[in-house]
Design a protein around this ligand. Structure first.
Ligand SMILES: *Cc1c(COP(=O)(O)O)cnc(C)c1O
Length: 360
């Protein structure tokens, strides 16, 4: 068997233990004589899988009773529309744009009403998080929207914006379950699972039940109403059964490790290995403002596109895969999600050190 260190931004590395367990259960899930892929979502066995997944998820994030959990299809991009359709009652919403995903959400929001860009870091190619302590929040704003960890640019909100009492909506796709999170600070927080939790095919939303209503924008399809999910246990239609099953295994893996505080400790430790190297290197440089650095996505450059390309090719040959930066940014990006072991980050830094010496 051949496994590489996979630094992909998503779909991304999953815990090896989880993949092995899924492989063992592939042909015969716990004596049922079938794979979870082949199982009716209305079966008792599957109900147990999704119920346990939700219970473990709630336990990990310490989600209070008045917040509902939804498993939805359509990934991140469908959320960009579902958010305004369900929450933009006054047809006004404020967006803080700190990267490509926030920008897309903002543009989609404009299709449904008056989406207002109240802050942005686009002036410096999204290399920082703007000061959000005193923004011109609209009096009629239905919500304030952020993308909390910017997967492409490698920045993170380490402090949530002051929304002046307006509901906060956040996309946590690329930092989901990387550390503890106080869900009560949000009206709605969601993430696509294919970055830090499971296989592609699903987004998990956590919503304060006060924001669940039938008063959605006219024309909102049944499958895009939050209540369709909360009232049907996310099974109004066939859910992405296998994706949910794997997510459930990842939750158990996180719990066995000691939960999100321990995960956070490991993530801080891993990111420090890479950032400490970048900060002393003469060749490689991080691209974002230090205080806004993400623990999950670490973009870096040499400043020479040819050297970048050489590095990416040689790293790949050395078993360090998917280090190419996003196509709109260039350079390199190492995504070091929960399932990336410390040894993988160390292997990357060792390789960078060697490359730097050889290419002086
Ligand atoms: C990947 C990503 C998205 C888009 O997800 P899709 O499932 O591809 O639509 C949205 N937001 C963030 C923060 C992401 O990292």
């Amino acid at each position: 068997m051949h496994r590489v260190y996979n630094f992909s931004a998503g779909p991304a590395v999953l815990p090896e233990e989880v993949l092995k367990e899924a492989a063992e259960e592939m042909l015969d899930y716990r004596g049922t004589g079938m794979s979870v892929m082949e199982m009716s979502h209305r079966s008792k066995m599957y109900q147990q899988i999704i119920d346990e997944a939700e219970a473990d998820f709630r336990e990990l994030l310490n989600i209070p009773e008045n917040y509902k959990v939804m498993w939805m299809q359509g990934g991140g991009n469908l959320q960009f529309a579902m958010v305004p359709m369900n929450l933009m009652k006054n047809r006004v919403a404020d967006y803080i744009v700190t990267g490509q995903w926030g920008k897309k959400a903002f543009q989609e929001g404009k299709l449904y009403g008056n989406a207002v860009k109240i802050a942005s870091s686009e002036d410096k190619t999204f290399t920082y998080i703007p000061d959000c302590s005193d923004l011109p929040i609209d009096e009629d704003a239905d919500y304030v929207y952020i993308c909390e960890n910017n997967t492409i640019y490698g920045t993170k909100f380490w402090e949530l914006p002051n929304t002046k009492g307006k509901p906060l909506v956040s996309d946590v796709s690329s930092c989901f379950l990387s550390e503890p999170m106080d869900v009560t600070k949000y009206a709605y927080v969601w993430g696509g699972v294919q970055k830090n939790i499971g296989p592609a095919g699903c987004a998990i939303g956590i919503i304060n039940e006060d924001f669940l209503t039938d008063d959605v924008l006219p024309g909102t399809p049944t499958m895009m109403r939050f209540k369709t999910y909360t009232e049907n246990g996310s099974m109004y239609n066939t859910p992405p059964c296998y994706t949910i099953y794997i997510c459930g295994k990842v939750f158990k893996w996180l719990k066995a490790m000691g939960g999100l505080k321990e995960m956070q400790r490991r993530n801080v430790e891993k990111a420090a290995i890479l950032y400490d190297f970048l900060d002393q290197s003469q060749m490689f440089h991080g691209t974002v403002v230090k205080k806004d650095r993400s623990l999950m996505n670490v973009p870096f450059v040499t400043g020479n596109p040819e050297l970048d390309a050489k590095f990416i090719a040689e790293a790949k040959a050395a078993g360090l895969e998917n280090l190419k930066g996003h196509r709109i940014v260039g350079g390199m990006r190492a995504s070091i999600y929960n399932a990336m072991p410390k040894a993988g980050v160390q292997a990357l830094v060792d390789f960078m050190e060697k490359f730097e010496k050889e290419n002086k």
